[in-house]
Design a protein around this ligand. Structure first.
Ligand code: PBG
Length: 312
């Protein structure tokens, strides 16, 4: 009786329709490698995706987000825009396996550059914003040509949404939406991801282009710029340490708002649960409910399949 009433008056609910499941795609064949820092998550080669894709589809998860781990890296991140690059292959494979599963592709250079920065560097070792924009636009276009449904730039260069929009429009992809990592903080919670994707910067850090965790007005400014440049979906990342930013963004903007429960948020819950210090499912649901309560319309989460299972 009491639990029925609680169900009726509950203000926030998480649905499988809200979820986006990230996948790491590694160049090669017959690869399914566990990621040490993210128990339960794997690196898959494009030919090994069918299991993960089938699971996502059977659990009715609407979308996946792809990250590429190329065989070769170079100074300019050229692997990011090869027509037969690792992400481009994976997009084609997933669209063959499951045409209705939305494929979102992360657009960034850090997985493809030998130095691990998100852009092209000048002689002084600084990221060259405008040169990087060209490479990002090429990358986005190559993803769209491979069949990606949504393009998600995560590099945080100034002006990237505008150049990507223009590149897509010029090539007949004016209906391909852009989901922009608009307010992306320079966060310690990306640690496990950098192990997963082998994308830790070889020197320095990302504070030159990612946001200071102390700032919130700056987040709104970044989001506004992305919207003006044509972002269709906006994003706050990470999620749980930035619930206030999610709330403000939800109040301020009409665009669909996505929040990214990042690798460190995942691994903390996994590690503490393995030790018996937290009850895993309770904490998973509490964390994603709080992200929705703060105002997110959709959530990128490595727990997507588990949440779908819990909800059913
Ligand atoms: C690439 C990128 C990162 C993440 C998503 N896209 C890493 C970074 O900026 O260092 C992190 C995601 C996660 O931690 O789950 N720029």
């Amino acid at each position: 009786m009491n639990s029925t009433l609680r169900r009726m008056v509950r203000e926030t609910s998480v649905s499988v329709d809200d979820l986006i499941y990230p996948l790491f795609i590694k160049e090669g064949r017959s690869v399914k490698e566990p990621i040490d820092a993210m128990p339960g998550q794997f690196r898959y080669s494009p030919d090994q995706l069918s299991g993960a894709v089938r699971e996502a589809v059977s659990r009715k998860i609407p979308a996946v987000l792809l990250f590429g781990i190329p065989g070769k890296k170079d100074k300019f991140g050229t692997g990011a825009h090869k027509s037969d690059g690792v992400v481009q292959q994976a997009v084609k494979r997933i669209k063959d396996l499951a045409p209705d599963l939305l494929v979102i592709t992360d657009v960034c250079l850090c997985e493809y550059t030998s130095h691990g920065h998100c852009g092209v560097l000048n002689e002084k070792g600084e990221v060259e914003n405008d040169e990087t924009l060209e490479v990002l636009a090429k990358t986005a276009l190559s993803h769209a040509k491979a069949g990606a449904d949504i393009i998600a730039p995560s590099d945080m260069m100034d002006g990237r949404v505008g150049v990507i929009r223009e590149a897509l429009d010029e090539s007949g992809f004016e209906h391909t939406p852009i989901m922009s990592y608009s307010a992306k903080y320079a966060s310690g919670f990306y640690g496990p991801f950098r192990e997963a994707a082998g994308s830790a910067p070889a020197f320095g850090d990302r504070r030159g282009y990612q946001m200071d965790p102390a700032n919130v007005r700056e987040a709104l400014r970044e989001i506004r710029l992305d919207v003006e440049e044509g972002a269709d979906i906006i994003m706050v990342k990470p999620a749980m340490p930035y619930l206030d930013v999610i709330r403000l963004a939800a109040d301020e903007f009409d665009e669909p708002l996505c929040a990214y429960q990042v690798s460190g948020e995942y691994s903390m819950i996994k590690a503490a649960s393995e030790r018996g210090w937290l009850s895993e499912d309770v904490c998973i649901m509490e964390s994603v409910t709080s992200i929705k309560r703060a105002g997110a319309d959709m959530i990128i989460t490595y727990f997507a399949c588990r949440i779908a299972e819990i909800l059913s």
